[in-house]
Design a protein around this ligand. Sequence first.
Ligand SMILES: *Cc1c(COP(=O)(O)O)cnc(C)c1O
Length: 396
Amino acid sequence: MPTPARPLDAVLAEELARLADAALRRNLRAIDSASDTEVVIDGRSHLLLSSNNYLGLATHPAVRAAARRAIERYGCGAGASRLISGHLDLHAAVEAKLAAFKGTEAALLFPSGYQANVGTITALVGRGDHVYSDALNHASIIDGCRLSRASVHVYPHRNVRTLEAELAATSPGSRRLIVTDSVFSMDGDRAPLAVLTALAEQYHSWLMVDEAHATGVIGPRGAGLAAADGLGDRIDIHLGTLGKALGSAGAYVAGSRALIEWLVNRARSFVYTTGLAPAAAAAAGAALDVVVAEPERREALARNAVRLREGLSALGFAVGGDTHIIPVAVGDNRPALRLAEELRTRGVLAQAIRPPTVPEGTARLRVTPMATHTGAQLDRVLAAFADAGRAAGLLR
Ligand SMILES: *Cc1c(COP(=O)(O)O)cnc(C)c1O
């Protein structure tokens, strides 16, 4: 007689206790207001420094109005996958707008960035192929690489020498794909896109760039880091999300007409999922117009990031990155949680980021200002960090 399996709940309770012991347990915290510079939690206002709504567009009047109009015209759901009966003229219009924004032939909407990465990578490479991935790439890229069954070469963060050695050591003939975040989500630094582009060309590799954190934020029209670096035309696959700076939900892949046609046929996370909700598509379309028309939002975000990064550094925190994403290094999980908790009691929400989101021993607070934070709000944030840092024993 085989021993019977233990009851599910008993196994999971034990696993959850183990997570809690390692200060790795995560809990949901409900916000009872719009995602804005200040949010309400448990009836109390908190300054929000943990949002990707970088430009404040989630609550922009024109973006809200576009979503409302889309609901009135199309209803709340697309009703089916895009290839069945869920393809709306609204989707086509937003895709055309995204392609123009990115300067590509075509673009394709996905319901999320996670799905866009998994679907695109698995549609392009498979068994016997090679994919080269930065060690700090987003989890959705990692999952896409794993699911593709291609050989995955993970190179140390931004280490183009190791990448080149791996490319040179790969026998020619099979497909190769280099994939990278443009702005790294938890470190706030930038991919060396000029070198990656040159290596991709030299070693006959395709290049895919995930601009989740740069779309709307970086570059002349907010079109991303590739555009800022003048490399847009030399990147095969552009990906970005609509749920961060664009204040909505969903994602896009942009590139050649052939790429988009292939994804329509072969990206399983596009084919086998319901079309992006009309309100989300319309909101993203309206947000794109605001991004292009109001460069002052990008400028305000950059100014706020400098002010916050310099302020935190002056207090004695170890800050990193050189974008609007400011990692405050702590190291161990417990003190990172403690600092976040001390901040929360002082009315500031800045979440601790722990493994497996970041490598072991590199727990941190990920601090992100918004374009719409006022100077007075940032002063309050810095004052709270000074007190909380002392209370958590991280500052003298
Ligand atoms: C957030 C993020 C994603 C996932 O996008 P969602 O639309 O939230 O699923 C993908 N890539 C990167 C780099 C991200 O930061």
